[in-house]
Design a protein around this ligand. Structure first.
Ligand code: ATR
Length: 272
């Protein structure tokens, strides 16, 4: 007898580049699970109508990517704590009565990747660049694990002040000199996408022992990591590991199974 087919998808705008279908297919193979996981291009402003359609189609789980995470969050009947803390959702699912649940797995994805990379984020002095949707996803989880207040640098100070729990962070303008380098600098801006540049951060933010992490990833080195290399930063990581880890947490929420991740990160890194 064949297993029932589970249907999931990722929504975003644009979505063509998404690697989530491949990652979830590789997870499903680990458990011999019959999974259909599609990408769907969804225009901003149309998430509500899309969710009604997906519910009718019998779709179980939905990942939400840029720029729809903040639009998706308030549509849930049951926002879980991590989505509430972020004010944004990247993982949705329908329960048996058709009610919509929302969670945010970005923060746990980052923290797990940092752990696998042996980056000591618990005791690090952390600088996060950006205060948009990506930053909102990671800040609550980082703050939960970190013993120091996290510094958040954003170009637009009003946007940083509007972050959930903004009073827990040290908010600073992006262009600022620092007396001492940070231990960990995380790029959560979309500068490479929107301006094709690295964020305008002072070189004084980093030193040879700083670790630089970019939530972005791609075939080529990201612009922020190229900037970090030019400053002599040895420990540089892109966001591919976080992508796989946040997907694993979504998979666990939907299917109740914890997939193995690191072989998949290695597989995705192979040149093709
Ligand atoms: P995302 O969901 O990817 O976080 P977003 O919510 O639009 O997208 O947020 C983009 C973030 O990148 C913001 O923090 C933005 O800074 P502003 O709030 O000042 O706009 C930041 N950003 C985008 N382009 C940037 C650039 N060229 N330099 C510095 N920061 C930039």
């Amino acid at each position: 007898m064949s297993l029932p087919l589970r249907q999931c998808c990722v929504i975003g705008w644009p979505i063509a580049h998404s690697r989530s279908p491949l990652i979830h297919r590789l997870f499903a193979e680990q458990f011999g699970m019959a999974l259909r996981y599609e990408k769907r291009a969804v225009q901003p402003g149309t998430v509500l109508a899309t969710l009604a359609h997906l519910r009718q189609l019998g779709v179980l789980g939905i990942n939400v990517t840029v720029p729809l995470k903040e639009e998706a969050y308030p549509l849930a009947d049951h926002p879980h704590a991590r989505a509430q803390a972020a004010g944004a959702a990247n993982t949705l699912w329908f329960d048996e009565s058709g009610q919509l649940h929302a969670d945010n797995t970005d923060g746990v994805g980052l923290v797990r990747d940092l752990s696998f990379l042996a980056v000591n984020f618990q005791q690090a002095r952390i600088l996060v660049l950006g205060a948009g949707g990506a930053a909102r996803g990671i800040l609550p989880e980082l703050a939960r694990h970190n013993r120091h207040p996290i510094t958040v640098a954003n170009r637009n100070p009003a946007r940083a002040a509007a972050l959930p729990q903004a009073n827990e962070f040290e908010l600073i303008p992006l262009e600022r000199e620092f007396a001492q380098p940070f231990d960990l600098v995380i790029n959560a801006t979309s500068a490479s996408l929107t301006a094709h540049t690295a964020p305008a951060l002072s070189a004084s933010a980093v030193g040879p022992l700083t670790c630089c992490y970019d939530l972005s990833y791609g075939q080529d080195e990201t612009l922020f990591l190229a900037w970090a290399r030019a400053q002599g930063v040895a420990a540089r990581h892109d966001g591919l590991g976080m992508l796989v880890e946040q997907a694993a947490e979504a998979f666990r929420l939907w299917h109740g199974k914890q997939p193995e991740t690191r072989a998949i990160v290695a597989y995705l890194r192979q040149p093709r």
